[in-house]
Design a protein around this ligand. Structure first.
Ligand code: GUN
Ligand code: ZN
Length: 429
């Protein structure tokens, strides 16, 4: 067993429903086989366990590992394609890079960069949009397995209105998805996600196949995009006979507690009702929404309807892996919405980046640092004299310090990251 000593901040109680930030200064977590088995003041835990090794994390702040609910692994080399709205951005920046995943060697290189980038940003669990090529998705699961990240991902499928080299057929999608799920679902920390790109690029036949795969792979998730951009929404309406966007999935019974839909910037009320009723979650990706000019996310309406929301980086439309930056951008957006915005405290931001994500992905063993949870955690320790270090030093209390961490923090401030009690960043030589 190991005693981790430090100052721990987490959000076991939802701040959107009356909870707040939990702060334990000079505390200790006792970890056995990756699981937190005791928690309390350091002196108490030490007295009860005098012989155990101590890992000293004082001089920084320990947060739960981040949970990124929407990120595209084949797009990391396309980050920074600025100036275009969604459909034009896909054609100009994202899809040409995704087509390169046909080369499995190239995809393996990208996968290795991707898992390292996630870990270095303090992200320990992620729902990852895969590639259109099964061999490329294999390279992602293999890279994630090597590092030990908790990854849920799958084959991205589309059978219309994308460049031809990214298209499949319903039959091939079914066979390849099941084969991938068989190889990786439930193996180590990997899980499978059924992943139609968006209903714009998927026929009803393909969406029906997606439901079949979900039924045949118990515990798999469903993920896609919804209501991101007004031009996109208009095309979807035309393709599906005037239907609202959520219904294009719901008519195939895809809107349930296993569904995580990215964006939902422009929902109508009936769609929010459908999402809430089904228990689906929304991945809010604020830097992506700003970079593509998609719009301002109506968080207050999601909260009002009881739709679960968590954060996603949406790399490569999003501007990087850090959920600190996504949290800050989420805060900005709600400020800009004025009276229609949802005021966010630092506790809300931490919740959206950790517990809410774990909940959205059905990862009940992570998300906070309570007894019984896995020790997935990150130590934020900025360099001495850096603007963040100075700012945190002058904070009046822990919540103020956390607000400063979200405001100024970057992956450079993530000093160390653990999954299941094992150090995975920085990598040992
Ligand atoms: N909608 C369909 N594909 C994509 C994608 O790759 N990124 C974003 N942001 N939206 C999408
Ligand atoms: Zn996306």
């Amino acid at each position: 067993m190991t005693i981790f000593r430090g100052t721990f901040l987490d959000t076991p109680d939802n701040p959107f429903t009356g909870g707040g930030l939990r702060v334990d200064a000079d505390a200790a977590l006792l970890v056995r086989d990756g699981v937190i088995v005791a928690r309390g003041p350091f002196s108490d835990v030490r007295r009860a366990h005098p012989a155990e090794d101590i890992v000293d994390l004082t001089g920084g702040v320990v947060l739960p590992g981040f949970v990124d609910t929407h990120v595209h692994f084949p797009q990391i080399r396309a980050v920074g394609g600025l100036g275009l709205p969604l459909l034009e951005w896909l054609d100009r920046y994202a899809l040409p890079e995704e087509a390169r995943m046909a080369d499995t060697g190239y995809a393996a290189g990208v996968s290795a960069e991707f898992v390292r980038g996630l870990a270095a940003a303090g992200t320990t669990s992620a729902l990852v949009f895969g590639a259109h090529y099964a061999d490329a998705v294999d390279t992602l699961f293999a890279a994630a397995s090597q590092v030990g990240l908790r990854i849920t991902s799958g084959l991205v499928v589309s059978d219309r209105l994308l460049r031809k080299d990214l298209l499949t057929t319903p039959e091939r999608a079914y066979t390849e998805s099941l084969a991938l799920a068989e190889r990786w679902h439930g193996v180590g920390r990997n899980r499978y996600a059924v992943t139609p790109r968006f209903s714009l690029s998927c026929t009803d036949d393909l969406l029906a196949v997606c439901r079949r795969v979900l039924d045949e792979v118990p515990g798999s998730l469903f993920t896609s995009h919804v209501n991101e951009n007004e031009a996109e929404i208009a095309v979807v309406g035309e393709l599906f006979g005037g239907s609202d966007y959520v219904s294009t999935y719901d008519r195939h019974r895809l809107i349930d507690h296993r569904a995580v839909l990215a964006h939902n910037v422009h929902p109508i009320d009936v769609e929010l009702k459908m999402l809430a009723l089904g228990g689906a979650a929304v991945a809010h990706c604020p830097t992506s929404n700003a970079a593509l000019g998609s719009g301002l996310f109506p968080l207050a309406r999601h909260v009002q309807y009881g739709v679960r929301v968590a954060l996603g980086s949406d790399v490569g439309a999003g501007t990087g892996f850090s959920l600190l930056k996504e949290g800050l951008q989420a805060y900005f957006v709600q400020r800009l919405l004025g009276e229609h915005g949802c005021p966010l405290s630092a506790a809300h931001l931490l919740y959206l980046a950790t517990s809410a994500g774990a909940e959205a992905l059905g990862l009940h063993e992570v998300g906070d640092l309570s007894v019984g949870k896995r020790f997935d955690a990150q130590l934020l320790r900025p360099a001495d004299g850096s603007p963040l270090a100075v700012s945190v030093e002058h904070a009046d209390d822990a919540e103020e310090a956390l607000a400063r961490i979200f405001t100024l923090g970057t992956p450079a401030d993530v000093h160390a990251v653990w999954i299941n009690g094992d150090l995975l960043h920085p990598e040992r030589p």
